[in-house]
Write a protein that binds this ligand. Structure first.
Ligand SMILES: [Zn+2]
Length: 311
C-alpha cells in the first residue's frame, strides 16, 4: 500500500464529511496510516473503520455521509460487500418485491454476468425498465449467503444510456478440445486470511502481504469448441478427477523436484488434446468448471486442435 493510495483514500473519506462537518484530511490520513501500516489492516477494512470513527466523533450519521468516489466495475468484478461502485448494466429481469420496503428488485447484468439488485422504497430511486440499459452510479454492494447483490440507495444516480449490452449467461456448457493449459495451473498456494483465498505470487498475497499459504490445485485451461475458445477454470476436485493426480501426490512431486512446475508440466501432458464437456457459471472470461467430464472428440474440434498444434 503506497503513501499516495493512503492519501487518496483519506481525501475521499474527508470529502464524504465535507457537507456536514469539518474533518481534516491529515487526521484521517494519520489514522488510516496507523491501521494499514502499523496494524496491517487491509485497506477496505481500514477505510470502514476510519469512516465510522469520524462519524461517531462528528455525530454525522451514516445516511448523511456523502457517497464514496465510486469506481467503475463489471458485474464479474463484484466480490466484496460494502463497496461503492458504478456499473453499466441492462435490466434482465424484474421480480415481484417481497415486501413494501422494496421499490424494485430483479436482475441486472453486463457481458460478464448478472447480479441481483434492490432499490428501497424510501430511497426514491428512479424506476428501472426491463430491457433498458443504465449507468448506475454509487450502488453499494452486499452479500447474502455467499451471493453478491447491489443496492440502489438515495445517493445512487440513475442515467439511461445508449449502449448495446448483451447480458452474459450465468451457466454455460461448452464442449471441445482442451488446447492449452495455462501458467498458474497445477499446485498453487492461496492466502489463508478469512474470505481472501487470493493466489499467492512468490509467497505474497496482493492484499495481505507475506503469508503462510495453503496448498490448492487447479487447472486454467483453454477449451476450443470449434467456433470459440473459452477459458475454463477447474477447482481442486475437478483437477484431481480429470488428471488422476491427488493433491498429496502433487505436493510430493513438487517437493522432490523443489519446483511446482513439474506438476504443471505433467498436467499439461495429461490434458492437452483431450476432449471435455465443462458446465458451470461464467464469471468474467472464465467458465468455472463445476461439472467436467471427458467426451468423445468431435470432428470440428479435432480440426481446430490440429490447427492449434501447428500454430
Ligand atoms: Zn490475502
Amino acid at each position: 500500500m503506497t503513501e499516495t493510495e493512503i492519501r487518496q483514500t483519506a481525501e475521499q473519506i474527508a470529502e464524504r464529511f465535507s457537507e456536514q462537518a469539518d474533518v481534516s484530511v491529515d487526521d484521517v490520513e494519520e489514522r488510516l496510516q496507523n491501521l494499514v501500516e502499523e496494524y496491517k489492516v487491509p485497506m477496505d477494512e481500514a477505510r470502514r473503520s476510519v469512516t465510522s470513527h469520524f462519524a461517531k466523533e462528528t455525530g454525522v450519521s451514516r445516511d448523511e455521509l456523502g457517497s464514496e468516489g465510486s469506481e467503475n466495475a463489471t458485474v464479474a468484478q463484484i466480490d466484496t460487500p460494502e463497496e461503492w461502485l458504478t456499473v453499466d448494466v441492462k435490466v434482465a429481469e424484474l421480480w415481484e418485491p417481497s415486501s413494501d420496503s422494496i421499490a424494485q428488485t430483479g436482475l441486472v447484468g453486463d457481458e460478464t454476468g448478472t447480479i441481483k439488485f434492490t432499490s428501497w422504497a424510501k430511497s426514491d430511486v428512479p424506476t428501472l425498465e426491463e430491457g433498458a440499459t443504465y449507468r448506475l452510479q454509487n450502488v453499494v454492494t452486499d452479500e447474502f449467503q455467499g451471493r453478491m447483490s447491489v443496492k440502489l440507495n438515495s445517493s445512487t444516480e440513475v442515467e439511461e444510456i445508449d449502449a448495446e449490452i448483451e447480458v452474459g449467461e450465468q451457466e454455460i456448457e461448452v464442449e471441445g478440445a482442451l488446447v492449452a493449459v495455462q501458467s498458474g495451473s497445477g499446485l498453487i498456494k492461496r492466502c489463508p486470511e478469512d474470505d481472501c483465498t487470493r493466489v499467492l505470487q512468490n509467497g505474497r498475497c496482493s492484499e495481505h502481504g507475506e503469508v503462510e499459504g495453503e496448498f490448492d490445485m487447479r487447472v486454467k485451461g483453454v477449451l476450443d469448441d470449434g467456433n470459440e475458445t473459452y477459458d475454463v477454470l477447474l477447482d481442486r476436485e475437478a483437477t484431481e478427477r480429470v488428471t488422476g493426480i491427488e493433491m498429496e501426490e502433487a505436493k510430493q512431486e513438487a517437493m522432490d523436484a523443489l519446483d511446482t512446475s513439474v506438476v504443471t508440466d505433467r498436467i499439461k501432458s495429461l490434458l492437452v488434446g483431450r476432449y471435455f464437456r465443462v458446465e458451470g457459471p461464467r464469471v468474467g472470461r472464465y467458465v468455472l468448471g463445476d461439472d467436467v467430464e471427458e467426451v468423445d472428440e468431435t470432428p470440428d474440434a479435432d480440426a481446430l486442435l490440429m490447427e492449434a498444434r501447428s500454430a
